[in-house]
Design a protein around this ligand. Structure first.
Ligand code: PEP
Ligand code: MN
Length: 391
């Protein structure tokens, strides 16, 4: 298979010929694949109660639970491990729901095959490590069970594709990607940034690959799950993986983002599944993609401006203690010149860039002034320098 490079956009590399069995032919039912269940298997009782409630909704194709939890901090709940495989077998036997778990090592994979688990997935942390993916792929060699591959923690499409290729090379044909978002480097509305454009790019590189969305890990909070799930459905994703716990406030992991079974049933009733064959679906998807990208950029712009203003306030305090004036002409001229130059080299209109940077600077001066006045009136400033003397 030819290799895609980072700079390729829609690459014709041979990936599009990947012979992947679609989710509708995995034997779990038709339509978007709905996977639901708790973040972690905590006890047999918790698992059975959640599974029974989910079965009763009639909307679940596959029951999920994490047995081995890859936690950021070692003090967190790490899962019940191998013994929970028996609980999953009981879920399957009593509710009839097929079951899926996360595998993070070849030992997990082998144990799942032996225990008759119906599908497995590789988590974001595992997918971030090609050695782990290789080891799991070897353990799963030739298996017929479906393998789902979550996106890696960072927005690295090649890393995600690499994991898919490694699983495919092990002879597995029931494959889906799971889009769960990417670790944000700054404060964000989402626990994991959706970056929908990456999922779209993945689909254009491997058109036969079903991509499922995990709105729970993307959102990080239950209230944001419905909106995120609807976006995924509007983008014609192949399914949803949703975390559902019988008693979310007492969950041992990912407490804030898990729905309870009623919340899940309500979500399923309210989701609008549009027909993907309707004439304008590709227009809607494109429009949605563009809007998502704009939303995400605007969110970052406002956040960055707010961070800049917080620094300005700190600067006001610092200047006050050092006894220098707020406005310093040379610094301002340098800001105006360098930012305008950057704007022009990025293809922005010079006058527009100047206007934006003037507004930001004006607000920054106003804030610094405010801080200065407040500190001065509290007698907490060194006296200002002589009138008219810039520093
Ligand atoms: C999970 O599904 O519970 C999980 C740990 O997910 P992720 O790998 O997406 O963080
Ligand atoms: Mn989780």
């Amino acid at each position: 298979m030819a290799k895609a490079t980072c700079t390729d956009f829609v690459v014709i590399t041979g990936e599009e010929t990947m012979d992947i069995v679609q989710t509708g032919s995995w034997g779990f039912g038709e339509g978007p694949l709905i996977i639901a269940g708790p973040c972690s298997a905590e006890s047999e009782a918790q698992l059975m109660a959640t599974a029974r409630a989910l079965k009763a909704t009639g909307r679940v194709h596959l029951f999920r639970a994490g047995l081995w939890k890859p936690r950021s901090r070692p003090s967190s709940f790490v899962g019940e491990g191998f013994r929970a495989l028996e609980w999953m077998a009981r879920v399957k036997a009593e509710t009839g729901l097929p079951v899926t778990v996360e595998v993070a090592s070849p030992e997990h994979a082998t144990a799942c095959l032996e225990a008759g688990i119906d599908a497995v997935w590789l988590g974001a942390r595992t997918v971030s490590n090609p050695f782990s993916v290789d080891a799991i792929a070897s353990a799963l060699q030739g298996a017929i069970l479906p393998v789902m591959i979550k996106n890696p923690l960072s927005p690295d499409l090649d890393l995600w594709m690499g994991a898919i290729e490694r699983i495919y090379a092990a002879g597995i044909r029931r494959i889906a990607a799971v889009h769960r978002g990417f670790t944000p480097w700054e404060k964000s509305r989402y626990r994991n940034l959706p970056k929908w454009e990456l999922a779209i790019e993945l689909r254009s590189r491997i058109p036969s690959l079903p991509v499922i969305c995990d709105p729970s890990h993307m959102s990080g909070k239950a209230a944001l799950v419905p909106e995120t799930a609807q976006k995924a459905i509007d983008m014609n994703m192949a399914g949803l993986m949703i975390e559902v716990h019988i008693d979310p406030p007492h969950a041992l992991s990912d407490r804030d983002q898990q729905l309870d079974p009623r919340g899940f049933a309500k979500l399923m009733d309210e989701l609008v599944f549009r027909s993907s064959t309707s004439g304008d679906i590709s227009f809607l998807n494109r429009l949605e993609d563009l809007r998502n990208r704009i939303d995400s950029i605007d969110y970052q712009i406002i956040g960055l401006i707010a961070s800049r203003m917080r620094i300005s306030e700190e600067m006001g305090e610092f200047k006050c203690h050092s006894g220098v004036t707020v406005f310093q002409l040379e610094r301002w001229l340098e800001i105006l010149q360098t930012r305008t130059q950057q704007g022009v080299s990025e293809g922005l209109d010079e006058e527009f860039t100047g206007r934006v940077i003037r507004m930001i600077h004006e607000e920054s001066i106003r804030l610094q002034d405010e801080v200065l006045k407040r500190l001065r009136s509290a007698g907490r400033c060194t006296p200002p320098p002589e009138e008219g003397k810039e520093q």
